[in-house]
Design a binder for this molecule. Structure first.
Ligand code: LLP
Length: 382
């Protein structure tokens, strides 16, 4: 629950809007820096989680690199002061235009996801007489035990190069002189709250790292992606994830050589709990078992509940009532899936009340849409 002072401040703004708590963001970034620097680890911020320019600026000032998944994200990183030499570019479907742009910008590394992509980057780099630094995005076949839409490291997922393709890749690389293989990249999924899948990932990384060494590739970069989950149920009690345990796990279980750097790509755990979607109740309507509270924000502002059945804590930040009633919290969009939560217990809620949908800092604003010709969503930071 927000402080009284914050609640009053939030009620001064026109809804719906994203509120970003910069105090919490700064604190989170500082914990990540402290914990990762203990082991000399390098952290890239996963742009896909939130590209609000005010957030990006704070992240950049904390010294993070950028993990991008589109040409426009690479452009956004460069235009907002991230060093070209600290930008990585992943994605299963990089277009020729995007690759050409990233080649022109001399980014640090392309994380390549298929054999054909290796050939295309080599060809485009050749036309520019350049050598592109690449890492192989490997599908390690490790189950992240998270929602099926955000699991990425299983054989059945579209991401990465499978171990049975390694021999072919190594053969191919011999004839691709415009590529320089500098690393291995992994990412097993997102919103992983139990650390054990990361332990399994370390074991797989060790095996694969050794395999490549035996084949004559002493690669300087190992990138283990992101995926660390946040506490959506208790955003105040655990506002910042246990980064100490997370980085220590890698220190304990990954076997990297002295000449190798360990890289991370964190998104949700950096910005997730710093953001809330603030909305007002337009109408209260009687339902059969519960009442509906119809908000002025919907799935167009925050699609996670509709898309992944994701849980977000919902609070009434203006009611002074004591009696608790259950509400289905829905948006104004013409879709039945436009629902933020069912049978949510709130103090008696009326038209005009302010509702906070918490932990919406990651994959919230960035995934908003114009469906139903909705206005662009605004944001407020303090
Ligand atoms: N690296 C790669 C290659 C990724 O694909 C992702 C996220 C990340 C890093 C950052 O992962 P994070 O630390 O944020 O878990 N829209 C979904 C999440 C999609 C995640 C996509 N990849 C959601 O709202 O839950």
């Amino acid at each position: 629950m927000f402080s009284q002072e914050k609640k009053i401040q939030l009620q001064k703004h026109k809804t719906p809007f994203y509120f970003y708590d910069f105090g919490l963001l700064q604190k989170t970034l500082s914990v990540i820096n402290t914990e990762s620097k203990k082991y000399n680890y390098h952290v890239h911020y996963a742009f896909k989680a939130n590209t609000n320019l005010k957030i990006i600026e704070v992240v950049k000032n904390s010294g993070f690199g950028a993990d991008c998944v589109s040409g426009n994200e690479v452009k956004c990183a460069i235009e907002n002061g991230f060093k070209n030499s600290e930008i990585v570019f992943a994605g299963v479907g990089k277009s020729d235009d995007e690759i050409n742009y990233a080649l022109d910008q001399n980014i640090f590394c392309f994380n390549c996801e298929s054999i054909q992509e290796l050939e295309v980057i080599n060809e485009l780099a050749n036309l520019k007489s350049k050598v592109a630094q690449i890492a192989l995005r490997i599908n390690p076949n490790v189950d992240a035990y998270t929602h099926k839409y955000i699991t990425t490291g299983l054989e059945e997922n579209k991401f990465g190069i499978n171990p049975y393709e390694f021999e072919t890749v190594i053969e191919k690389l011999k004839n691709l002189p415009h590529l320089k293989l500098i690393g291995l990249h992994f990412h097993i999924g997102s919103q992983i709250t139990d650390l054990s899948p990361f332990k399994k990932l370390c074991t797989r990384v060790n095996e694969i790292n050794n395999y490549f060494l035996n084949k004559g590739f002493d690669l300087p970069i190992i990138n283990v992606g992101g995926g660390l989950g946040i506490n959506y149920h208790e955003p105040d009690n655990e506002a910042i994830v246990d980064f100490e345990a997370y980085f220590k796990l890698f220190y304990d279980f990954i076997e990297i050589r002295k000449n190798q750097q360990l890289h991370f790509e964190l998104g949700r755990s950096v910005v997730g709990n710093c953001g809330s979607l603030i909305s007002r109740v337009l109408y209260i309507k009687n339902g059969i078992n519960t009442n509906f509270a119809i908000l002025d924000a919907g799935m167009t502002e925050l699609i996670r509940p509709a898309l992944y059945q994701a849980f977000h804590k919902i609070e009434n930040i203006s009611s002074i009532e004591e009696e608790i009633v259950k509400y289905d919290i829905v948006g104004p969009i013409c879709e039945s899936s436009d629902c933020f939560g069912k049978a949510v217990e709130l103090p008696i809620t009326k038209r005009g009340d302010f509702i906070a949908i918490r932990s919406a800092g990651a994959y919230g604003e960035v995934m908003s849409s114009k469906y139903n010709l909705r206005d662009d969503v605004r944001s407020v930071c303090f």
